[in-house]
Write a protein that binds this ligand. Structure first.
Ligand SMILES: Cc1cc2nc3c(=O)[nH]c(=O)nc-3n(C[C@H](O)[C@H](O)[C@H](O)COP(=O)(O)OP(=O)(O)OC[C@H]3O[C@@H](n4cnc5c(N)ncnc54)[C@H](O)[C@@H]3O)c2cc1C
Length: 292
């Protein structure tokens, strides 16, 4: 049986991934699936396991570099409405992993639930944020997460309680194949005050990162208490350029690309920077983004 037999209504072949990532470069997915229900998703994951086919999950593509040759196997995106629902019960917000982080922040603020507004301006989905414990200024998504529902590689669904999850700097123990949804809890606060903090945070964030039209990815994780951007500046390598790939004028820790740039160029530039920063400061930087 073909891998897609019976799933034709939500799977496409040879789907370009570049338009689905913030870097807007890289090749196609052999199969690209947008299941409309959890049952369809689970059935596809089980089929892939039977056929030994690789499965990857794409969120908003803001922390991802797809290689020029593209990816074999199935790329799943939780873009359907069933995966993006957000509901509020008292101090708890339950959200699908496909929900945009920005929508979750606005919904919580509207309900007078404070905390997550410090993460405003971080692109992508809740699933991507939970996978890498995204955060800003000492706050991260993990600190609010009280439970999660995940789908394992065998197609089984599991619940993870707070005590079964661990979140560290840009990492989380939620490493099952698909994060389906999560429950986050917040403190009640005045919606006006939350909105003010959100606006302030938004202005700070926007003034320090590449502009919306730029093709970009955050290059390195901050090592310990140091900032990767200041290490790049200290090493004097902020002006490094390779083909159509360079570092942002607005924030030295963002790679930006222009016409003709390839994923291979990005990998080479990041590796060159890593070597130069190590050479000149003695600190080894690690890439922040994932490579497919
Ligand atoms: C302009 C800009 C600003 C940024 N600012 C910040 C910042 O301030 N702080 C910060 O922490 N990051 C920041 N980032 C990085 C990025 O936005 C975050 O890491 C974001 O949370 C990634 O989410 P995503 O949905 O785009 O994930 P993707 O890039 O699509 O995927 C990243 C990883 O998450 C996995 N994943 C996605 N969804 C799921 C799921 N449902 N189940 C299982 N795995 C999943 C993918 O398989 C992949 O391994 C920034 C990026 C950009 C481009």
């Amino acid at each position: 049986m073909s891998i897609i037999a019976g799933f034709e209504h939500f799977i496409r072949q040879d789907e370009p991934l570049a338009p689905l990532t913030w870097l807007r470069i890289g090749g196609a997915a052999e199969y690209f699936a947008e299941p409309t229900t959890v049952d369809e998703l689970a059935a596809l994951v089980r089929r892939c396991r039977e056929h030994d086919v690789a499965v990857r999950v794409l969120g908003g593509g803001s922390n991802l570099l797809v290689r020029d040759e593209g990816v074999r196997g199935v790329v799943i995106q939780l873009g359907a409405a069933a995966f993006g629902e957000i509901s509020v019960k008292g101090q708890a917000v339950i959200a699908g992993a496909g929900a945009k982080l920005g929508h979750l922040i606005s919904a919580s603020a509207r309900e007078g639930l404070g905390g997550l507004e410090m993460l405003v301006g971080i692109p992508g989905t809740l699933g991507g944020a939970l996978h890498g414990n995204s955060g800003n200024h000492g706050s991260d998504v993990g600190q609010f997460t009280h439970g999660a529902t995940v789908l394992a590689r065998d197609g089984q669904i599991h619940q993870r309680k707070r005590e079964e999850m661990a979140f560290g700097y840009r990492q989380s123990s939620l490493d099952e194949l698909v994060i389906l949804s999560a429950e986050l809890r917040f403190e009640p606060d005045d919606p006006m005050q939350i909105t003010k903090r959100m606006q302030k945070q938004w202005i700070i964030k926007k003034s320090h990162q590449p502009l919306a039209h730029e093709n970009t990815v955050c290059a390195f994780k901050n090592p310990g208490e140091m900032s990767a951007a200041s290490l790049i500046d200290q090493a004097g390598v902020g002006g490094t350029r390779l083909g159509g790939v360079s570092l942002s004028q607005r924030h030295a820790n963002f790679v930006v690309t222009e016409g003709g740039a390839t994923a291979a160029d990005v990998l080479r530039l990041v590796d060159t920077l890593r070597e130069q920063v190590l050479d000149r400061t003695g600190v080894e930087l690690r890439p922040a983004y994932e490579v497919w």
